[in-house]
Ligand binder design. Structure first.
Ligand code: NAD
Length: 483
């Protein structure tokens, strides 16, 4: 089948590449000419495990191409995916200007040309009623839904960091359409992805749109609930990890999304919860749980700050002259995406209070630099980047772990301890075992887990391990110069 994908971000590029891998011919369109040139030259602008192999094969075999020309792409394809941004507007609602703008352009193109029937697919996360609005934007040019085109809602459930796997083996594909012919085209398109028997669930457009928001809002609620349990565990002396195991084995609850930490971030959960909350308000419905999720999550991103201040601040509550190592910038492991990353909230706070933050992340330094160039840090402190976990920890007064990259579990912690001014660790992702950290001489605090006040018998200190290598070079950028 011939497909075009409009928008080559995390969703568009992964979708387009995976469709090409399955044998479809895919034309990817983006308004960002630099990005398109880079893609045409074989450079993938995002980090996503497994993407490169499929990308290279698709490009080499001519099934995957990139352009800035919308018209040519729509002309030559039967199915047009809209994988466009839907960022939060000022009032928290999803900003539909990109989706509706492209729908309008496509409507004009279809009206001016005799290109035959097209299926337009909303892959962006959009509020209920958007498929209808996209259809209206196209119909405004004199076209007729069902004859010249159909609009399908096909929300995407991939997770950054596992996007290729998720796309290639979806647990389910949701297709919202009232058109039999569009439904049949979507079934054929996805057939190779669901050979193992996972369902293509066809429903009406509105339910498909709501399904995406309901899924993200429920997952965000699950994480947030667990973070509140962790906060309470901290107060009553229970261990959230044991509680997690205790409840995660209940099949009604399930083991996933029960890990406590310093809050969720990313490009989806925060904005989608906000947008659903907004939709509810517009309908005169007070969706109270969502309001609580947003408030609790904002607070959770700061939950370590009072403890860092207690350990490091001067009498005025400031961190001037203090060096804080920060491991992890991405909002979660296996991605370079830093949108709404809790690490960034901590950096802003520490820099505002005068600290020198030395950060390490295996993938998210460039995206962090870009983010702070757009919205500069404010304060007397500074942010510099280290090439390795060890370099970040060197001469630090404390280490904060903000992302649970697997490699943060493996460093030679004895070396880390020796290199720090004082061996104080704030583990925002519960990466380390409290008893082992204490046995190894660290002052340690995590989320919702008690730390033994003295070494316990069964906990062995860290054994020496080989140093981790990293290809990145250190860069030093004082905060005032960032952006
Ligand atoms: N990122 C995720 O994990 C994820 C998962 C599921 C759903 N979604 C949803 O998918 C949508 C896209 O998300 P994303 O993370 O891929 O966004 P993104 O910001 O990474 O990418 C969007 C792309 O669209 C391009 N673009 C903007 N206007 C354009 C136009 N007029 N014509 C062509 N291209 C244009 C941008 O240049 C950018 O490359 C959003 O609605 C998001 O909520 C995202």
């Amino acid at each position: 089948m011939n497909i075009s994908v409009i928008g080559t971000g995390y969703v568009g590029l992964v979708s387009g590449t995976c469709f090409a891998e399955m044998g479809h011919t895919v034309r990817c369109v983006d308004i960002d000419a630099d990005k398109v040139t880079a893609l045409q030259n074989g450079a993938i602008p995002i980090y996503e495990p497994g993407l490169e192999v499929f990308f290279d094969r698709g490009v080499r075999e001519g099934r995957l191409t990139f352009t800035t020309e919308l018209a040519g792409a729509v002309e030559t394809t039967d199915v047009v995916f809209l994988a466009l941004p839907t960022p939060p507007a000022e009032d928290g609602s999803a900003d539909l200007q990109y989706v509706l703008g492209v729908a309008d352009q496509i409507g004009r193109l279809l009206a001016d040309n005799d290109w035959g029937y097209k299926v337009l697919v909303d892959k962006s996360t959009v509020p209920v009623g958007t498929a209808r609005r996209v259809a209206e934007a196209v119909e405004a040019h004199g076209l007729t839904a069902g004859v010249d085109f159909d609009v399908v809602s096909n929300p995407e459930f991939l997770r950054e960091g596992a996007a290729v796997d998720d796309f290639m083996k979806p647990e389910r594909v949701v297709v919202g359409t009232s058109s039999a012919s569009a439904g049949e085209i979507m079934r054929r398109l996805y057939a190779p992805f669901v050979r193992s028997g996972n369902p293509v669930i066809v429903m009406d457009e509105e339910s498909a749109e709501m399904t995406k928001y309901a899924a993200n809002a429920l997952l965000a609620t699950k994480i947030t609930f667990m973070n509140e349990i962790a906060n309470l565990c901290d107060r009553v002396g229970a261990d959230v990890d044991q509680v997690r195991r205790g409840i995660g084995t209940d099949s009604r609850i399930g083991p996933k999304f029960l890990y406590a930490g310093i809050g969720f971030g990313g490009s989806c959960f925060p904005k989608d919860v906000q947008a659903l909350h907004r939709t509810a308000r517009e309908e005169g419905y007070d969706f109270q749980i969502l309001d609580a999720v947003l408030r609790v999550n904002d607070a959770q991103k700061h939950v370590l700050v009072p403890h860092v201040l207690e350990a490091l601040a001067d009498g005025a509550g400031r961190l001037d002259g203090r060096r804080i190592a920060l491991w992890g910038l991405a909002f979660k492991p296996h991605t370079d995406d830093v949108r709404e990353a809790p690490a960034h909230v901590l950096i802003r706070e520490f820099v505002r209070l005068g600290a020198e933050v030395v950060a390490f992340d295996p993938e998210a330094v460039e995206t962090t630099q870009a983010a702070f160039a757009r919205e500069p840090l404010v304060g007397p402190g500074s942010l510099t980047y280290a090439a390795t976990v060890y370099e970040a920890a060197q001469d630090a007064d404390a280490l904060v772990v903000a992302t649970e990259w697997p490699e943060f579990r493996r460093p030679d912690m004895e070396r880390v301890r020796r290199s720090m001014v004082q061996p104080v660790v704030f583990d925002g992702r519960n990466v380390f075992e409290p008893a082992q950290m204490v046995a190894s001489g660290f002052t340690y605090r995590s989320i919702g887990r008690p730390t033994p006040s003295a070494p316990v018998e069964h906990a062995a200190p860290f054994a020496d391990r080989p140093a981790l290598a990293s290809s990145r070079t250190a860069r030093t950028i004082p905060s005032r110069e960032v952006g």
